[in-house]
Design a protein around this ligand. Structure first.
Ligand SMILES: Cc1ncc(COP(=O)(O)O)c(C=O)c1O
Length: 487
């Protein structure tokens, strides 16, 4: 008998199964590399093993867990694997996983201060800690959302709120009093900016992509000219998005210069530091965010490179009152008599409900300590530089971008390949071949119209051994690919 009279799992069964799950997780986290990093299943493989209807009567956890191992696990791509070098590598660290366990049990819904005083106040405290570590201005106030896409959406909604008169009441459609608006970002900016612009009803055409220099950094002269052009045409600048750690190459836009332009022109400056912002805590990188003193908002994702299990994104904003002005709406059933001045998290965004995400960031920061966090970030950057040095020293490979943090962009350059498209194809096939091994997972991008392999270090368990394995696998597999074939 595993159900209590009320239907939930009875306490003793819960205790037993929780121990089993804890043991399973401990073994898993001790060595995720016993699984292939990239799931080796075909589309539909997981689905076809599952019934089309839910069970009529409840099943024992024993049976459910056995199906988890048999059916679900093979379809898992192991982001915790030390050979995970794709996209931005992340870590579900022990303290973060334990916090998620507690957070699920407490089942907090922190829409109002009174519905979770601890979630509300811990969020404030832990975001101040992160703010100090990253040398962000004291005037910024932070709020936790799920992803950078949502953080950026809120930042740009606030910019729209400031620029478009009475947008909350009157919207934008059919208004003859409104001209056109523009948001600027570089041609390397993440697609979440495009999506935010589309969703905010500005139209994709309102996003102007500024060209980048040879190191993929926004060209300040081009930004200045674009703004002047637009103003001459009667288009009102709404916001500029500068990126610190762009998605393809991790390039760093010249924030100080961009900030000066935005101050001079009174334009909202949003900084997308989703991946690399945390590097500002590492000795030698203290000035990474110079210029942020006059920025209006910044997004950083502890779920990317701060060992916090997915998901947790932080938006820092100088004008949280503008975000509240855009989003706060209190129906009678949510009105409280709590003292004024308390934070109700539902006021700072589109979602009413809030998970207790601050708990995991708090536990992660306490477990590692500032020194521990800095040391690991620095080590990841050392590993990336080491890999980049091997690429540079090789006659068969070339680097295609600078390596400011923990990501290396490179390609195989076989002398036998006759054309750029043959080199592209050879690299695509090389990537497919190494990913099929299940030992490492690496992703790609395209730069200057070249297919580029991208190795991202970011998992806590990744060591020099794994980076060397990636290099060895790449070299070994070049011997199995005919680079003259252009198909
Ligand atoms: C620079 C940058 N900004 C934003 C995002 C979007 O992140 P999220 O998945 O948290 O929305 C990414 C994702 O990789 C990114 O690299």
């Amino acid at each position: 008998m595993s159900a209590s009279p009320l239907g939930d799992m009875d306490p003793e069964t819960f205790r037993r199964e929780a121990h089993r799950v804890a043991d399973w997780i401990a073994d898993y986290l001790a060595d995720p590399s016993r699984y292939p990093v990239l799931a080796q299943v075909s589309p539909g493989d997981v689905r076809k093993q599952l019934p089309s209807d839910p069970p009529d009567s409840g099943e024992s956890f024993d049976v459910i867990f056995s199906d988890f191992e048999k059916i679900i696990l093979p379809g898992i791509t192991h982001w915790n694997h030390p050979g995970f070098f794709a996209y931005f590598a992340i870590t579900g660290s022990g303290p973060g996983v334990l916090a998620e366990f507690l957070s699920a049990a407490l089942n907090q819904q922190a829409m109002l201060w009174r519905t979770s005083p601890s979630a509300t106040e811990l969020e404030e405290v832990v975001l101040r800690w992160l703010q100090r570590l990253m040398h962000l201005p004291d005037e910024f106030e932070g709020v936790i959302y799920d992803t950078a896409s949502i953080s950026t959406l809120h930042a740009l909604a606030a910019a729209r709120e400031q620029v478009v008169p009475a947008v909350r009441e009157r919207g934008m459609a059919g208004r003859e009093d409104l001209g056109r608006f523009r948001i600027y970002c570089s041609d390397q900016t993440h697609s979440s900016i495009d999506k935010a612009v589309i969703l905010l009803g500005l139209g994709h055409e309102s996003l102007r992509k500024i060209p980048t220099d040879a190191d993929f950094r926004m060209r300040v002269d081009a930004l200045r000219a674009a703004i002047a052009d637009d103003r001459a045409e009667g288009i009102t600048p709404m916001a500029v998005v500068a990126t610190i750690g762009s998605t393809s190459t991790t390039s760093v836009d010249p924030l100080r210069d961009i900030a000066t332009i935005c101050s001079d022109e009174s334009i909202w400056l949003h900084v997308d530091a989703a991946y690399a912002g945390v590097a500002a805590m590492v000795p030698g990188f203290e000035h990474l965010l110079d210029g942020v003193e006059t920025a209006d908002s910044l997004v950083v994702n502890p779920h990317k490179w701060l060992f916090t299990p997915f998901d947790l994104s932080v938006l820092y904003c100088r004008h949280m009152d503008v975000i509240r002005g855009a989003f706060s709406l209190v129906p009678e059933y949510l009105r409280t008599t709590d003292p004024s001045g308390i934070r109700n998290l539902m006021d700072t965004g589109i979602q009413l409900g809030r998970r207790f995400r601050a708990l995991k960031l708090w536990m992660v920061m306490r477990h590692f300590g500032a020194q521990g966090l800095r040391a690991r970030l620095a080590e990841h950057m050392r590993l990336a530089r080491l890999f980049a040095a091997w690429v540079e020293a090789s006659d068969d490979f070339e680097l295609l971008a600078p390596v400011p943090f923990s990501v290396v962009c490179f390609r195989w350059k076989p002398t036998a390949a006759q054309s750029e498209s043959a080199i592209d194809r050879a690299n695509e096939r090389l990537l497919e071949a190494i990913n099929k091994t299940g030992e490492i997972f690496v992703s790609h991008t395209r730069l200057d119209n070249k297919f580029v392999i991208r190795l991202a270090v970011g998992n806590l368990h990744t060591t020099e051994v794994h980076v060397r394995l990636a290099w060895d696998l790449l070299q070994r597999h070049t011997k199995t690919i005919d680079p003259t074939l252009n198909t």
